[in-house]
Design a protein around this ligand. Structure first.
Ligand code: BGC
Length: 380
C-alpha cells in the first residue's frame, strides 16, 4: 500500500480492492453508503432504479485552459447519451474561475433536481457546504478531477501525485548533467488540491538533484498571474541563473516561456507543463517547451460518465468496478475512487500519445509554422 499525505490532507491509497469486494453484498453496502440504494434504510430521496431518462449535472471550474470546453464537457455529454440510449442529458455550467459563482450554479442544479452531480471544484474547501446541500437533497456528488470537500460519494481523477512525479523526474533528468542547478517552480492555484499534489510529487523528485531557488503559487491558475510570478523570479534569481522552470500546466508554461523570451534568453531552458494542450504540443515540437503530461481525457471523462450513470441507475456492480481505489479528503474518509495513470509527453512520443489517441491530427499540430520541426521528428 502506498499512502501519502499532502498539505491538503488528501491521502492517496494506491491499492486495488480485493476481487472479493466484488461480492454483491459488499457492493450493495457500498452503494447504500452512497445514499442511492433502494430498500429500507435508504438515505436519499433519489430514485434508486432510474431508467435512461436521467440528468447529470456537470460543474466545471474555468475556461482559461482549453481542456474543459474542448474535452471534458463534450466527452461526458457524448458518453452519457451513449449509455442512456440518447435519453439522458447533461446540464452543464462553468464557473469561469469564480468560487462564489460555482456555489450559485450548484444551488441551481439542486433546484433543477438533477439526478447526480459531477463537480470539478474551483475552491475545494469553499464548496463543501454546497456538497452537503446536494446530499441533503438526495443528489449524489461525484468529485471530478479535483477532490472537493464535504460528503462526496465518489472521485474520478488522474493520479495527481504521479503527474507531479512525472514532471519533476523529467526536469531533474534533463538537468542531470549539472546537479544543483537552480530551478523556479510556478505552481497551480492554492484552492485546488491537485496543485498541492503536483507540487509534492515534483518536490519528491527534485530532492538532492536540483535546487528550488524560488517557488510561487498561481492564483486562479491564470496565465497573467503566472507571467507576473516568472518576472518576479527573474528579478530575484537572475535570468542567467535559471536552469529550468517547473510550470504546473501548459497555460502556465506558455506564460513562462513568453516572459523568458521577452527577458531575452538566448535559449529557452527546459520548461515543464501538463494537459497536452495543442499550443503546448506545438511548442514542444518547436523545442520551446520541454515536456507536458498527457492525461487521457477520454479515460477520465468516460469513467466519470459511467460512474454517474451507474450510480443513478443503481447498477452497483459496475459502479464498484469503476471505483476500486480509495482516497480521503480532509473531511471525508474512504471515498471510492478511480485514479487514471498519466504519461510524460516530449518531442519523442507525440505520435504514440496524442496522435494515436486521436486527440489531435498531424495536420492540426503541423501547421505551416511547425512543418519543418515536424518533419525533423518524423511527424507526417
Ligand atoms: C487540472 C489540470 C488543469 C488545472 C487548471 C487542475 O486541477 O487537473 O488539468 O490544467 O486544474 O485548470
Amino acid at each position: 500500500m502506498n499512502t501519502r499525505n499532502t498539505r491538503f490532507g488528501i491521502r492517496r491509497r494506491v491499492v486495488r480492492r480485493n476481487a472479493t469486494a466484488l461480492a454483491v453484498s459488499a457492493m450493495t453496502l457500498s452503494l447504500a453508503a452512497c445514499g442511492v440504494m433502494d430498500g429500507a434504510g435508504s438515505e436519499s430521496g433519489a430514485s434508486p432504479t432510474k431508467g435512461d431518462d436521467i440528468t447529470v449535472g456537470l460543474l466545471l471550474p474555468e475556461k482559461e485552459n482549453a481542456r474543459y470546453e474542448k474535452f471534458d464537457f463534450p466527452i461526458i455529454e457524448k458518453k452519457v447519451a451513449e449509455l442512456t440510449n440518447g435519453e439522458g442529458e447533461v446540464r452543464y455550467a462553468n464557473a469561469e474561475g469564480k468560487a462564489a459563482e460555482q456555489g450559485i450554479q450548484l444551488d441551481q442544479m439542486i433546484d433543477a433536481e438533477v439526478d447526480v452531480l459531477l463537480l470539478d471544484a474551483v475552491d475545494s474547501e469553499a464548496i463543501a457546504s454546497g456538497v452537503q446541500k446536494a446530499k441533503d437533497a438526495g443528489i449524489p456528488v461525484i468529485a471530478y478531477d479535483r477532490l472537493a470537500q464535504g460528503p462526496i460519494d465518489a472521485y474520478v481523477s488522474f493520479d495527481n501525485t504521479l503527474v507531479g512525479e512525472v514532471q519533476g523526474r523529467a526536469l531533474a533528468d534533463e538537468l542531470g548533467s549539472t546537479p544543483g542547478s537552480k530551478i523556479v517552480m510556478i505552481n497551480g492555484a492554492p484552492t485546488d488540491p491537485n496543485a498541492a499534489q503536483f507540487k509534492a510529487g515534483a518536490m519528491a523528485e527534485f530532492q538532492d538533484k536540483v535546487t528550488v531557488a524560488k517557488t510561487y503559487d498561481t492564483e486562479d491558475w491564470s496565465a497573467a498571474n503566472a507571467g507576473a510570478n516568472m518576472e518576479a523570479a527573474i528579478t530575484s534569481v537572475g535570468l542567467g541563473e535559471i536552469a529550468g522552470v517547473y510550470a504546473a500546466n501548459d497555460g502556465i508554461a506558455g506564460a513562462v516561456i513568453e516572459v523568458l523570451k521577452a527577458a531575452g534568453v538566448s535559449e529557452v531552458p527546459p520548461v515543464t507543463g501538463q494537459d497536452a494542450e495543442l499550443a503546448a504540443v506545438q511548442r514542444i515540437v518547436a523545442g520551446d517547451q520541454f515536456m507536458s503530461v498527457y492525461k487521457s481525457y477520454p479515460e477520465e471523462a468516460n469513467a466519470a460518465a459511467e460512474m454517474a450513470v451507474a450510480l443513478v441507475q443503481g447498477r452497483s456492480i459496475e459502479f464498484d468496478a469503476l471505483s476500486r481505489d480509495k482516497v480521503d479528503s480532509p473531511t471525508t474518509a474512504d471515498i471510492p475512487a478511480q485514479l487514471v495513470p498519466v504519461t510524460a509527453l516530449t518531442r519523442k512520443n507525440i505520435a504514440e500519445t496524442v496522435i494515436a489517441d486521436e486527440i489531435y491530427t498531424v495536420g492540426e499540430i503541423c501547421t505551416e509554422k511547425y512543418r519543418e520541426d515536424c518533419a525533423e521528428i518524423g511527424l507526417k
